[in-house]
Design a protein around this ligand. Sequence first.
Ligand SMILES: C[S@@+](CC[C@H](N)C(=O)[O-])C[C@H]1O[C@@H](n2cnc3c(N)ncnc32)[C@H](O)[C@@H]1O
Length: 236
Amino acid sequence: MQPLRSDLITDYDHLADTWWDPRGPLAPLGWIARARAEFVPAAVHENARLLDIACGGGLFAPPLAGKGYRLAGVDLSQLSLREAGRHGYHALARADLTRLPFADHSFDVVTAGQCLEHVPDPYAAVAEACRVLRPGGTLIVDTIADTRLARLVAVTLAENLPLPGRPARGTHDHRLFVNRPRLLRTARSHGVELELLGLRPHLREGLGYLAGRREQVRMVPVKATGVLFLGVGRKR
Ligand SMILES: C[S@@+](CC[C@H](N)C(=O)[O-])C[C@H]1O[C@@H](n2cnc3c(N)ncnc32)[C@H](O)[C@@H]1O
């Protein structure tokens, strides 16, 4: 399944050398990756495997260091995969997130960070993530909710205010934002009961970042899931 915007993957190829720029257009993805890693349990056996779906430039690898997983990543952007290859993944493949090149029950943890909002059928992607997850394994997804508020924050403001860390214009298409009840239903029907929580930048750190005094901003959990949210659950 190709993304709705046919040039999306080309855009990520063009952005590939900015993945690790702390003031570049992809910088907030690093903050979210660190928040996501907090939900990854420590590996319980020696060959535990984690699949990072749509791994981009590999921003998720550093916060996972020490958790004990062998990391696999898939993405459609070849140049992003090349970048991820410099950051500790054991296996990387160019693959669509709705057609993962892995057998059922292959992974102890499967994550899909900041990618479901880029594809026309995020629910098919979630079903596929559940397929490759072993029973008892952990699924973590984080994405953007299909609300007016999310459109205002993630598109109108985030893509237009002249601030560091601003995503490129056109990065997000609000029509692809994810319906939370449908996401929950889909995961449940594939054996995973997801719990949702919202994420937002730590306000003081965010201001410090904008003022050029900080390179990183913590994402803090909040009850409201109407903009950026994360879902976590174990497979039956
Ligand atoms: C916003 S980035 C997130 C990257 C990474 N998960 C992170 O949080 O840093 C979205 C990623 O999804 C990838 N992508 C978009 N559509 C995809 C698809 N259909 N299959 C696989 N990857 C896809 C893009 O190439 C890009 O690397």
